[in-house]
Design a protein around this ligand. Structure first.
Ligand code: LLP
Length: 415
C-alpha cells in the first residue's frame, strides 16, 4: 500500500504515524492519504493520454466533501445516483457539465433538480423512467440529455451482490430493447439521446468481461450512428477491482487501454465511472483494541470499530487486510477481530495472526471505498471521524458524530 508504510516498527500514513492520529482524533477513525488519491486519479488521466475522455468518479464509493473537492480540483467529473449526491457534488464545487446521473429509481424531484442544474447526462435504466423524464423536462421547457444504460448480459465474475450486468439483474435495458428506444426518439420530444452506457459490476479482477461488454456496446453504437443518431459519448461504467489481499486486477493503464481498444476508431468521447479503484486503497480504518478475550476455542481481539463502521466483511464476507500499527516481536496468536456490536456477523477479519497487547491499534486496510459511505448508526454508535493526511499535516474532514446529533430529529409522543 503506497503511502501507508512502516517506518521501523510503526505504521505511517505519508509522514504521520497512525499512533499520533489516534491520540489526537480518537478511534475508530478513517484515515485517507491525499497523495494516494491524487496519484491514482493521475494514473487514470495519464492512461487516456490525448483521447477525448471524462472520468466520472462514482460518488457512492466515498462521498466526503473533502474527497469530492480534491477530485473537483483535479478536473474530475462525477457519477451520482441520488439528489443527495448531486447536492454534495455541487457543494464541493463540481461542474454540472461533468455530472452523469445513474440509478434504476430516479424520482421526479431528483430529475427536476438535475434538469435545473443542467447536468451532462441522465443514464436512464428503463422505458418508464424515460417517459417520466420526458414529461418532467416538457413541464420545465427543457430537453434532457440521455444515455440509455444497456444491460449487456455479461458475467462480471464477481460477488453476486455486486454483479449488475446479467440479464436477471435489475439494472439497465436489454440491448435489443434499448436499440428500439433509440430509434423511437420522436416519441420523446424532450429527450436528446447523447450517449450510450453500461456498468456490469464492481471489483472485477479480469479484463475479459469489460471487453465483452465494450464490444457489444460499440456494435450498438455503430448501428446507432449509421441510423443517424447523434451519439457523442460512450460510458463504460466503473468496476475495476483493487487488491485487497492476493487479487491481481489489471493495472489502470491496462484497463484503460482495453477500453480504448474496444472503441477502435469510433470518434466518441469515452466516459468511465470508477469508484473503488480511485479511493479504495487511499484509505484505512484505524481502530483500537478494547479487550483481548481468550476462550478455550478462540482468541478474540475486540476492537472499537464494528460492522456499522465497515460493513463489507459482514455483508459480503469481504477480506480486508488488518495490520498492527505497532509491530511487536512477541509470539503470534490467531485472532478473530470483532467489534462491539451485538451480532455474530460483526467481524472485521477472521484468523489474523498478530502479537497484540490490550489497547494496541490496528489498521483495517483498503477501506477508502464503501467504508464510511455504507456506515450506519446501528447500536447507536456515532459515525467515525475522518481525517486526510497531506504530507506531515492531518486535516479533520469529518468530525466524529455526537449522540445529540443522532437523536436530534426524533420526537417523543405528547403526554
Ligand atoms: N457506476 C455505477 C452505475 C455503479 O452502480 C457503480 C457501483 C459504479 C459506477 C462504481 O463501481 P466501482 O468502480 O466502485 O466498482 N458496496 C459494494 C460495491 C457496490 C457497487 C455499486 N455500484 C462493495 O462494498 O463492494
Amino acid at each position: 500500500f503506497p503511502h501507508f508504510e512502516y517506518q521501523q516498527n510503526a505504521l505511517y500514513v505519508e509522514s504521520v504515524p497512525l499512533e499520533t492520529i489516534a491520540s489526537k482524533f480518537g478511534t475508530p477513525c478513517y484515515v485517507y492519504s491525499r497523495a494516494a488519491l491524487i496519484t491514482t486519479y493521475q494514473a487514470f488521466e495519464q492512461a487516456f493520454a490525448d483521447d477525448d475522455f471524462l472520468i466520472c468518479y462514482a460518488v457512492k464509493a466515498n462521498s466526503n466533501l473533502a474527497i469530492l473537492n480534491l477530485l473537483v480540483r483535479l478536473g474530475s467529473g462525477f457519477d451520482i445516483v441520488s439528489g443527495g449526491e448531486l447536492q454534495r457534488v455541487i457543494k464541493a464545487g463540481g461542474d454540472p457539465q461533468k455530472i452523469v446521473f445513474s440509478g434504476v429509481g430516479k424520482q421526479a424531484d431528483e430529475m427536476r433538480m438535475a434538469l435545473a442544474t443542467d447536468i451532462l447526462c441522465f443514464n436512464v435504466e428503463s422505458a418508464a423512467e424515460l417517459q417520466l423524464l420526458n414529461q418532467i423536462a416538457a413541464a420545465m421547457n427543457k430537453v434532457a440529455p440521455v444515455s440509455l444504460r444497456v444491460n449487456p448480459d455479461v458475467d462480471a465474475k464477481t460477488h453476486p451482490y455486486i454483479s449488475t450486468g446479467l440479464k436477471e439483474n435489475k439494472f439497465g435495458i436489454p440491448l435489443e430493447e434499448a436499440e428500439q428506444i433509440y430509434f423511437s426518439a420522436d416519441q420523446f420530444p424532450h429527450i436528446r439521446f447523447t450517449g450510450l452506457d453500461c456498468h456490469i459490476g464492481s471489483q472485477l479482477t479480469e479484463l475479459d468481461p469489460f471487453t465483452q461488454a465494450g464490444e457489444k456496446l460499440v456494435s450498438l453504437l455503430q448501428r446507432l450512428k449509421s441510423g443517424n443518431q447523434q451519439i457523442t459519448h460512450l460510458d463504460l461504467g466503473g468496476g475495476l477491482g483493487i487488491r485487497y489481499s492476493t487479487e491481481t486486477p489489471p493495472s489502470i493503464q491496462t484497463y484503460v487501454n482495453a477500453l480504448r481498444k474496444t472503441l477502435g476508431t469510433n470518434k466518441v468521447r469515452l466516459l468511465i465511472e470508477p469508484g473503488r479503484s480511485l479511493v479504495g486503497n487511499a484509505g484505512l480504518l484505524l481502530t483500537r483494541t478494547i479487550y483481548l478475550k481468550h476462550t478455550p476455542d478462540r482468541h478474540f481481539a475486540i476492537v472499537d470499530a464494528a460492522m456499522n463502521d465497515l460493513m463489507r466483511p459482514s455483508l459480503y464476507n469481504a477480506y480486508h487486510e488488518i495490520l498492527p500499527v505497532l509491530k511487536r516481536n512477541g509470539d503470534l496468536c490467531n485472532y478473530q477481530v470483532v467489534g462491539p456490536v451485538c451480532e455474530t456477523g460483526d467481524f472485521l477479519g477472521h484468523d489474523r495472526k498478530f502479537s497484540l497487547e490490550a489497547a494496541d491499534l490496528l489498521a483495517v486496510m483498503s477501506a477508502g471505498a464503501y467504508g464510511t459511505s455504507m456506515s450506519s448508526n446501528y447500536n447507536t454508535r456515532p459515525r467515525a471521524a475522518e481525517v486526510m493526511v497531506d504530507g506531515d499535516t492531518v486535516h479533520l474532514i469529518r468530525a466524529r458524530e455526537t449522540i445529540d446529533q443522532l437523536t436530534a430529529s426524533e420526537t417523543i409522543l405528547p403526554a
